[in-house]
Ligand binder design. Structure first.
Ligand code: FES
Ligand SMILES: [Fe+2]
Length: 379
């Protein structure tokens, strides 16, 4: 596996592209059948085999800072609760009481135990069943066998990964570099729903060919027209969006070049998560597919490091607002535009060109995983 470039290598390559007016390209175009964006059975198969079957990033480690910190949320349609235990290890469980299935946690918070709201069955942070009110009503019930049902979870690269398939291998996570760290502070969590297929929105993150026409007044004035680096690592990828101000690095010896504030890195963690490292903040964007034409978008905004003082936070917040209210709004409008015409019959396939290499890589990875898999209907 080829590792991704370091910052100096990135700077050098970007400067070469600026000089020669070129960009990174793929070797071949990719044609994706439009049917794959509108078929209910294809959607169900993606959820079942890919999103549930492989380790998926669930949240930043920083979202679970303390013993008892938890997040309850659906992941690939399954209610999951992820919690940091008293031993500081992160565990994940199916969020369903072992009595009659009510969810034992909602939203986020910090808890000493999970107490079901219905009849009060109480679970320890390690999932074991601690207490049944009026326990004599359940003669012979084996409490050991009625803990919360665990799902596999692992903390790596500043992220929590969850896999709903207990046989899934976490080995591929070795390919993922350290993306987030515990010094970063979460300053905003946002959640909204879009009436678009999750892949339609995902694709907007993976290429820079659209920057000039789609982001003419927002991102383009700071950036370039179709000038990006694209790299893959395993099924994942990274795209680099340089700012024009990176050109000043040409006057600095290569070993002294620092790229902070001079470019944006967008990492795609296969299949449904993006981590964008911007000038003054970092975002983690999770696409939770709800239906073939509906997606929940969850965004964590983090500082890039430890920020001192309100001024530094205001800068991070302003930056985040600019990206989400302006640039991101343009991508959302385009995703909705695609979704609105997806049944028009105009296209049997979408053609992704040489500048859209990472989208081809994403679809190739998805296709490979689904090859030989029978189409399923979700239960
Ligand atoms: S459903 Fe949870 S205690 Fe009854
Ligand atoms: Fe965009």
């Amino acid at each position: 596996m080829a590792a991704i470039l370091n910052d100096q290598e990135v700077a050098e390559k970007v400067l070469q592209h600026i000089e020669s007016k070129t960009t990174d390209t793929g070797d071949s175009i990719w044609r994706e059948p439009v049917q794959n964006y509108i078929s209910k059975s294809r959607f169900d198969t993606e959820i079942n085999q890919v999103l549930r079957g492989n380790p998926n990033p669930f949240c930043p480690s920083a979202a679970l800072p303390d013993a008892g910190s938890y997040i309850a949320r659906e992941a690939a349609g399954t209610p999951i609760v992820v919690v940091r235990g008293n031993d500081l290890k992160v565990r994940a469980f199916r969020n369903a009481c072992r009595h009659r299935g009510a969810q034992v946690a909602t939203g986020t918070g910090c808890a000493k135990a999970f107490r079901c709201n219905y009849h009060g069955w109480t679970y320890r942070l390690d999932g074991s069943l601690q207490h049944i009110p009026h326990e004599q009503g359940f003669p012979e019930l084996d409490k050991e066998q009625h803990g919360l049902v665990p799902v596999a979870a692992e903390e790596k690269s500043g992220l929590i990964f969850v896999s709903q398939d207990s046989n899934a291998s976490f080995a591929d996570l070795e390919e993922i570099p350290a993306l987030l760290n515990s010094k970063q502070q979460i300053f905003n969590i946002d959640e909204y729903e879009l009436d678009v297929n999750w892949k339609v929105f995902l694709e907007s993150f993976l290429e820079g060919y659209h920057i000039k026409p789609a982001h003419k007044e927002t991102f383009f004035p700071f950036g370039f027209d179709n000038l990006n680096l694209v790299e893959t690592f395993g099924r994942n990828s990274r795209i680099t969006f340089p700012f024009q101000r990176i050109a000043k690095l040409a006057d600095i010896v290569p070993s002294k070049r620092r790229v902070d504030g001079l470019l944006t890195y967008v990492y795609q963690l296969f299949p449904n998560v993006m981590i964008a490292v911007l000038s003054h903040h970092t975002t983690m964007v999770i696409l939770e597919p709800l239906a073939v034409d509906k997606t929940r978008v969850i965004t964590y905004s983090l500082t890039n490091g430890v920020l001192e003082g309100e001024e530094a936070f205001a800068k991070a917040r302003n930056d985040a607002e600019f990206v989400s209210n302006q640039g991101n709004a343009e991508d959302i409008a385009l995703a909705k535009s695609i979704q609105a015409s997806i049944h028009s019959g105009a296209n049997e396939v979408f053609t992704f060109g040489l500048y859209e290499k990472l989208i081809g890589h994403f679809h190739q990875s998805l296709t490979d995983l689904l090859e030989g898999v029978n189409v399923v209907e979700l239960k």
